[in-house]
Design a protein around this ligand. Sequence first.
Ligand SMILES: [Zn+2]
Length: 111
Amino acid sequence: MKIPKRLSPEEMEFLTQEYGVEFAQVYRAGSGKNGGGGYYELYSGVHNRVNIPLGEDVRLISHTHPCGTARPSPDDQLLMQLLEQSGSPQRKSQIVPVGKTPVYFDKNSLK
Ligand SMILES: [Zn+2]
């Protein structure tokens, strides 16, 4: 669903704890410079996964890990690769693990 503003990691974590499922926040780029003029969307999934759309206008701002894992899954890395292939200029995204500090990852990072 479309949301009026970008949510903070704390807000993403709160939603995840409140509903017990994974959430993802996407920015849909607009026609302005560097994708300006777009809007934010929130996607909800199940306990360990959330699906987001692919496309050149998609920027995955963050997604949550309800279990608290502070590292990307192989699916997370594959998603960054698929976003790149679909024309999105984005290379890094944020994981918000419940109870831990948010971390950034890319298609290659396995920390
Ligand atoms: Zn993940």
